[in-house]
Design a protein around this ligand. Structure first.
Ligand code: C2G
Length: 131
């Protein structure tokens, strides 16, 4: 079984996220998503999530492509995660290209093209304009 792992906030889940998860799953048989906790998002990514970790986890777990959701609590856990969950492939959107190449010592590292036209920020801006 080929195991794939990816990381993210996945707040205001949208089709760009789904495109990433679907392509990540297609690289193996089992997809683990390390989901940024509310504390990690606020403390280290200065991101205030609209949906709580539990709600974001619930939505991801409902996706056919996703097999397991684990918490992402810090920047440093990736090597341990790859070893603990025996990940063969680490996947991120190419906005992160090169940032996680240190994982090449532990697994395959793949950066997939982002879906360019959609983002949570764009959704929020669009909604504000329409308000
Ligand atoms: N993504 C994408 N296309 C978009 C938006 C996002 O392919 N239009 C991808 C991102 O490249 C990322 C994943 O979807 O691989 C999740 O995106 P975010 O929730 O924005 O993740 P981020 O906040 O970048 O967190 O340790 C890594 C971080 O946790 C990544």
């Amino acid at each position: 079984m080929k195991r794939v792992i990816t990381y993210g906030t996945y707040d205001l889940l949208h089709y760009g996220h789904i495109n990433l998860l679907t392509r990540a799953k297609a690289l193996g048989d089992y997809l683990i998503v390390a989901l940024s906790t509310d504390e990690f998002n606020w403390g280290s990514k200065q991101k205030k999530c609209y949906f709580s970790y539990e709600k974001r986890k619930q939505m991801l777990e409902a996706l056919r492509a996703v097999d397991l959701v684990i918490p992402e609590e810090n920047w440093e856990q990736k090597i341990t995660d790859v070893q603990l969950y025996q990940a063969d492939v680490f996947v991120m959107g190419d906005d992160w290209k090169g940032k996680f190449d240190f994982l090449k010592d532990y697994c395959e590292v793949v950066y997939l093209p982002r879906t360019p036209e959609i983002s949570t920020t764009a959704i929020k801006n669009d909604l504000n304009k329409k308000a």
